[in-house]
Design a protein around this ligand. Structure first.
Ligand SMILES: Nc1ncnc2c1ncn2[C@@H]1O[C@H](COP(=O)(O)OP(=O)(O)O)[C@@H](O)[C@H]1O
Ligand SMILES: [Mg+2]
Length: 294
């Protein structure tokens, strides 16, 4: 049985098609990143998996049943993009209060340690930084020892160090055979903290695999050269070229056929080409190409 199964799921808000025919299954024990730009449909997908909103079309299953059933059984923990903590309670009181709501919670000290909160246990929840509050939300999400954890952009308010600490906690939790689905628009986070990256844009899956596969799947190359102040026009009409960017006196051309592109650059234009380089598209290039507006 899969932890998550979305079958031809769509969700509209009025004229906005937030999710457009999504098919996605996640096996038990995997950590999957849902990677996409703002407005891609990540939160809408997670909210449907939590039973917080219903699909307009299609089927949403969690551990073979409805999301509501899975949540009611205590099988699902979540960190959403919104949600206030109770400001007067200390971190320790709040985490203990929530864990006691579950039939088989994790131990209080274990939770505080796992979420890196031991030193903050006596601090009122209302007096935490953004990153610290997110760590408390993480502790609350895992308090009931859920088999499935869903995290919606959990590191949005964090600095670099907090992020590293947060992902370490997440990986520790996932290591026990649990399933994690997290949304992010940070490519590096997806790459470093998941074993599968599902890229979504405009409500559709545009790539699905390991970060390395996504890189390789984009067969495009990048041709770069220094302009030396020359004005350029029409580079996007060269053979193979799908995108052109000019910045800091450097022209960057994305191309499916670098040989043809370079030949045409020399023969078909009057540009003086300086310092020409051809490189493989990196993950960033692949992501931008996949999620670019058509
Ligand atoms: N409650 C809502 N009412 C109307 N439109 C919404 C609502 N929630 C999301 N949307 C729209 O659906 C699209 C997908 O949003 P969302 O799932 O929040 O994307 P993401 O989490 O990837 O940034 C966006 O165009 C957004 O404006
Ligand atoms: Mg979102």
């Amino acid at each position: 049985m899969d932890a998550i199964a979305l079958t031809d799921v769509s969700k509209s808000y009025g004229d906005t098609l937030a999710v457009d025919g999504l098919d996605l299954t996640v096996e038990v024990g995997r950590t999957v990143a849902l990677l996409g730009p703002n407005g891609a449909g990540k939160s809408t997908s997670i909210n449907m998996l939590l039973g917080l909103t219903r699909p307009t079309r299609g089927r949403v299953e969690v551990f073979g049943g409805s999301p509501g059933e899975a949540v009611a059984r205590g099988d699902v923990g979540a960190m959403l993009q919104t949600g206030d903590l109770i400001p007067e309670l200390t971190v320790r009181e709040l985490v203990d209060f929530v864990r006691r709501l579950y039939p088989e919670p994790l131990g209080l000290d274990e939770l505080l340690r796992m979420a890196d909160l031991t030193d903050l246990a006596r601090r009122p929840a209302g007096k935490l930084s953004g990153g610290q509050a997110q760590r408390v939300r993480f502790a609350l999400a895992v308090a009931g020892a859920p088999r499935l954890l869903m995290l919606d952009e959990p590191t949005a308010a964090m600095d670099v160090e907090s992020r590293l600490r947060f992902w370490k906690s997440m990986r520790e939790y996932a290591a026990g055979g649990r399933t994690v689905l997290f949304a992010t628009h940070y490519l590096e986070e997806a790459d470093e903290n998941s074993d599968r990256v599902v890229v979504i844009a405009r409500g559709r899956i545009v790539a699905d695999g390991t970060a390395a596969q996504i890189k390789a799947g984009s067969g495009d190359r990048v041709v770069r050269f220094v302009l030396g102040g020359q004005a350029v026009a029409g580079l996007d009409a060269l053979p193979g070229v799908s995108a052109v960017e000019v910045a800091d006196d450097v022209a960057t051309l994305r191309t499916a056929d670098p040989d043809a592109t370079v030949a045409a650059l020399y023969r078909g234009t009057s540009l003086e080409i300086r310092d020409l380089r051809i490189a493989g598209a990196d993950l960033e290039d692949a992501f931008l190409a996949l999620t670019r507006e058509p």
